[in-house]
Design a protein around this ligand. Structure first.
Ligand code: ADP
Length: 479
């Protein structure tokens, strides 16, 4: 495949600290594997606590001058960073396609396109980040929180970093980034861009490494004022505990089990088509994925058949092949996890109407076939736990109240969808869902909309003005 051959990548052997590429303290490395070929692409440093110390020191030293810059100057820096990153868009897409396995077309549109849109929004928001308010005799001002530790997952390797870094820098904070160990090469591209853009030294630092070493050192570091974490709920609880001793601020973006509520007056065909696409995006490795499709009982058979035929049309293969619509999962470990859930689903009585454990998949690569499970009980494991694979559960409901109850029967509360021919009714149902976001009749990604979870899906918001405010302190000055 010529596209794959052209996307040649190697590992990296430096960290980025205080505006320079520096050698790590130790000699340990982490291998990065291409999940399609199962071959090692290269290695990145397995950073140590000493590397975190050096990066936090640099971020602390840079914080004073960076936060003292006029907001417009910080916005101009972010604009140069955006330009440098934009010129790397094709490389971002191919890097994600190689280390994560996202089909190149999707990687271009989503994995590269989304973070560029988000960073662009922060270029504008940075200019107004210091807006003040008058309340009675008080002047209320916003100030940056300080040094931020950003710990990110592998599923959207650039977007997750940019969502934090864009907001933090716009607010006047400085940042140490710890990207996920499965997909660190994409994060390096942001630092190449930062170097080219001439961000002041220490404002943005990179320490790669494992969660238990570098992530834990960053979350527990006495001089880190805020930890912004995206990942699993279990690890989020760890990070939260590590920050609690020193009362450091945390922002947590965690798991999800979103419901796609298709009401009886909806365009069923469209709702199912978009719903299946949403669930399978990035091989289902998306925290907002609408993994539970809720359908009126009298249209259940029709919806299940439609969903199965839609999902069956998603061709598995090499992310660099034009025809591929679904790549592999990120790792052998994730594939085994997902396969475990499929076995459990069947044991609990779910009916496999597409895909499943016995379906044909390419011999090489960490593939799981797109799978639709019918007759899923709302309390069963596959309806309750985040699977993070290409697996859709279809559930039946009898009336609107029951649909809302099933949707809210989850420890998560990240996102969801409502489909209806009646906009008022759709809005009413959307407001009853205990989640941080709801898309009506498909919605469309809005980089200015606040993003975050209710319940065990997290604390705080990313993106837009609310995302920026997360990185600010509020001071009241009475006069
Ligand atoms: P996943 O299970 O999807 O890999 P995690 O929540 O484990 O998600 O990982 C998200 C990020 O958190 C990764 O960068 C990972 O290295 C990091 N991490 C893992 N364990 C810890 C920890 N104990 N403290 C801080 N960060 C961690």
């Amino acid at each position: 495949n010529p596209a794959r051959a052209a996307a040649h990548l190697t590992g990296r052997d430096h960290l980025y600290v205080d505006g320079a590429w520096v050698a790590p303290a130790g000699t340990g490395v982490i291998e990065v594997t291409d999940p399609t070929t199962e071959e090692v692409i290269g290695t990145v440093p397995a950073g140590e606590a000493a590397d975190v110390d050096a990066a936090v020191r640099a971020a602390r030293a840079a914080f004073g001058p960076w936060s003292a810059l006029p907001a417009a100057t910080r916005a101009a820096h972010l604009g140069r960073l955006l330009d440098a990153l934009t010129s790397r868009a094709p490389l971002i897409a191919t890097t994600v396609a190689r280390e994560l396995g996202t089909p190149l077309k999707v990687a271009t549109r989503v994995q590269a396109g989304l973070p560029l849109a988000v960073l662009k929004s922060y270029v504008s928001l940075a200019a107004t980040a210091e807006a003040t308010e008058e309340v009675g005799n008080s002047l209320v001002v916003r100030e940056p929180v300080g040094v931020v530790g950003a710990i990110t997952p592998w599923n959207y390797p650039l977007h997750q970093v940019v969502a934090k870094v864009g907001a933090a820098l716009a607010a006047g904070c400085t940042v140490v980034v710890k990207p996920a160990e499965l997909t660190p090469l994409t994060a390096y591209l942001l630092f190449d861009a930062a170097h080219e853009a001439g961000l002041p030294p220490g404002v943005l630092n990179l320490v790669t490494g494992t969660g238990p070493v570098v992530g834990a050192a960053l979350a527990g570091h006495p001089d880190v004022d805020m930890v912004s974490f995206t990942g699993s709920t279990a690890t989020g609880a760890h990070v939260s505990r590590a920050a609690a001793d020193r009362i450091a601020r945390v922002a947590l973006e965690l798991g999800g089990k979103s419901a796609n509520v298709i009401l009886d007056d909806a365009d069923l065909a469209r709702a199912v088509k978009v719903g299946v696409g949403n669930c399978l995006l990035n091989s289902g490795q998306t925290c907002t994925a609408w993994t539970r499709m809720l359908v009126p009982r009298d249209r259940y058979g029709e919806a299940v058949a439609l969903a199965a035929s839609m999902a069956a049309g998603y061709a598995l293969g090499d992310p660099f092949d034009e025809a591929t619509r679904l790549g592999p999962l990120v790792s052998a470990g994730q594939r085994e996890r997902v396969r475990g859930y499929l076995a459990k689903g069947v044991a609990d009585g779910a009916r496999v109407v597409c895909g499943g454990l016995d379906a044909d998949v390419p011999a090489k690569g960490y593939f799981v076939a797109p799978t639709v499970l019918a007759d899923v009980h709302p309390d069963s494991v596959v309806a309750q736990e985040e699977i993070f694979g290409p697996v859709l559960a279809v559930l039946a409901y009898d009336d609107e109240d029951e649909a809302v109850a099933i949707a809210n029967n989850s420890r998560y509360g990240l996102a969801g969808a409502v489909w209806s021919g009646d906009p008022e009714r759709a809005l009413r149902v959307a407001r009853r869902l205990r989640t941080g976001a709801v898309d009506i009749n498909g919605g469309a990604f809005n980089p200015l909309a606040p993003f975050g979870g209710y319940k065990q899906s997290g604390i705080g918001r990313e993106l837009g003005a609310h995302g920026l405010a997360e990185f600010q302190q509020i001071k009241a000055i009475q006069r």
